[in-house]
Design a protein around this ligand. Structure first.
Ligand SMILES: [Ca+2]
Length: 563
């Protein structure tokens, strides 16, 4: 426990120092900022409180790094003129060059809140086209990379924008957490510390660059990023005014148990397992049974909770033919349609996969590491390198993992009172075909928050996107500002873009009663050919078809309470 206390002390000191060093007020905790000369060049150091007209953008950019902050190393400080940006090499392959960026102050920062920390943060501050707001962006999986494309998208929209690798750089893509074994400080960095420190440093840097703080600060992310958003709202309610939290891994351990269970359930079906033709048989049978439950036969099961399809109707009557499922296959499917339960307490550990999500059941298996479930490395951190999830004990092993990692990686506090009381707003979203983090998990969280904090929809709204996969993609309408790179003219339109809707809600009090999602032909957003639009309704409302209009137009639907 002593170690935990130390973490808090170090983090607290660092935050206090950053705030104090940037003229943001607050208790400096005895820390005296030291003004150092600029690392390069001959430009004199600009005093922290210099009015902007006293210095050029370049000088003010450089001045941000002209102080010594504990655990903070500015590795790149440059004011970039408008033009192309050469993307630094990372483990994850990305574009080599991002074209035609506006001018901005670029800060690359390395944070070391502990001796074992190595957190990379990138902060981009627009030159003369700042919209007055700060935007923090989330990561995915075990993180470990900087999304320069996302930073560029935020910069183009005028935000002071920040992203972090969450201190897990060097892992193999974001799917593999094996290099985090034996690194409890990095678990904290990945869990919540990197996001908070990124936020504090970004806001302070913006204050120093513009000589005024951001008018409002927003966060958006999906999956791990969605979880980062809930961590922020629950642990650091002062950090953000509005948060977009997609398919959130906020119940981090439950999420990983869920994904691993979906994988293990399929893995345990005796040979031949669940071949593609049997999956197709199941998928088409579910669609045939339940497509019309939502009022329109359109290939989408928009209200999976209404679908009463029973996979036993597909069970073979004899030894097994081509157009039926074996008893083992049926049992596995039934298990996947049911929540993951603690066998001792009966508590729900992880949500069920929704009916209609079957075409994406291979999503997790596509990351198949053969002997380990996707993202299953987190269990080895606690249960040992030889741990095999196929033998996971849902009571004992879960409790062991929860006791070690829960306080660090879970954001499951139901008390959002502080965030709500200072006017904070959350927009959640989830695809109904998401087979990694299905929507029932956040529904359950939202219900419990409403019971604890009161009137959830006064500050949290949750939109389920019919037929959407994990964070995007899939069969249904799937473009609604769920990614910062959403193109104009959707971007900035509060009726079609989550971030614009969130800003309007926070800044004017006008809550989004619906969000119009767009489906582009072949999911080709760049080509711009719209195949369908559909309103997404705040849970528990759903989009009801009027029975006569064009089912591909949002005008034929209205948001209704379930009857
Ligand atoms: Ca339908």
């Amino acid at each position: 426990m002593r170690k935990t206390t130390l973490y808090k002390v170090v983090t607290g000191m660092m935050v206090a120092a950053i705030a104090a060093g940037c003229g943001g007020g607050g208790d400096s905790g005895g820390f005296v900022p030291v003004v150092l000369p600029p690392a390069t060049g001959t430009t004199p150091v600009v005093p922290p409180d210099a009015p902007p007209q006293m210095a050029s953008n370049e000088e003010r950019c450089r001045a941000i790094a002209a102080q010594s902050l504990p655990g903070t190393e500015f590795t790149v400080v440059e004011y970039r003129p408008a033009g192309d940006f050469p993307v630094p090499k990372q483990i994850i392959p990305t574009a080599e060059t991002i074209k035609s960026l506006p001018e901005f102050c670029r800060l690359s920062v390395r944070l070391t809140p502990s001796n074992d920390s190595d957190i990379k943060v990138e902060i981009w501050l627009p030159g003369d086209h700042w919209n007055g707001r700060m935007l923090g962006l989330g990561n995915g999986g075990f993180a470990g990379f900087i999304s320069y494309e996302s930073l560029a998208a935020g910069l183009r929209r005028g935000y002071a924008v920040a992203h972090t690798d969450m201190g897990t750089g060097g892992t193999t893509l974001s799917f593999d957490g094996s290099l985090l074994r034996g690194h409890p400080e990095k678990w904290i960095d990945w869990g919540y510390r990197s996001t908070h420190l990124m936020t504090v440093l970004s806001k302070a840097s913006a204050q120093r660059f513009y000589s005024k703080p951001p008018a409002k600060s927003y966060f958006m992310g999906c999956s791990t990023g969605g979880g980062q958003g809930i961590h922020e709202a629950t642990r650091y309610p002062d950090d953000y005014d509005g948060i977009i939290s997609g398919a959130p891994a906020n119940d981090r351990i439950g999420t990983h148990i869920g994904i691993a269970t979906y994988w293990a359930t399929m893995k345990k079906i005796p040979a031949p397992g669940m071949p593609a033709d049997k999956m197709a048989l199941l998928s088409s049978a579910v669609l045939e049974a339940c497509d019309s439950d939502d009022g329109v036969k359109d290939g989408l099961i928009s209200r999976p909770e209404k679908c009463t399809f029973n996979p036993r109707v597909l069970q073979c009557q004899d030894a097994g033919g081509a157009n039926c499922l074996t008893a083992d296959q049926v049992s596995a499917v039934e298990k996947l349609y049911s929540p993951v339960i603690d066998p001792v307490t009966g508590a729900v550990i992880a949500p069920q996969l929704e009916k209609g999500s079957e075409p994406n059941w291979s999503a997790g298996l596509a990351i198949d590491l053969s002997t380990k479930p996707p993202f299953g490395e987190i269990f080895s951190w606690v249960l040992g390198n030889d741990f095999d999830f196929l033998n996971f004990d849902y009571s004992r092993d879960r409790q062991t993992v929860e006791s070690v990692l829960g306080p660090v990686v879970n954001a499951t506090s139901k008390d959002l009172t502080k965030f709500r009381d200072r006017g904070g707003k959350i927009i959640g979203f989830n695809g109904t075909m998401d087979a990694l983090i299905p929507p029932a998990g956040f529904e359950k969280y939202l219900t419990s928050v409403s019971e604890t904090t009161g009137a959830g929809d006064s500050f949290i709204r949750f939109y389920k996107a019919p037929g959407m996969d994990h964070c995007g993609g899939g069969l249904g309408p799937n473009v609604f500002g769920n990614d910062i790179a959403t193109p104009a003219p959707l971007a900035g339109d509060p009726s079609r873009d989550l971030l614009a809707a969130l800003e309007r809600w926070v800044e004017t009090g006008d809550a989004p009663d619906r969000i119009i999602a767009t489906k582009f032909k072949n999911n080709n957003v760049a080509a711009g050919e719209v195949a369908m639009t559909r309103p997404l309704c705040p849970f528990p409302k759903f989009a009801k078809y009027d029975g006569v209009g064009d089912p591909n137009s949002e005008k034929s639907f209205s948001c209704q309470q379930p009857g």
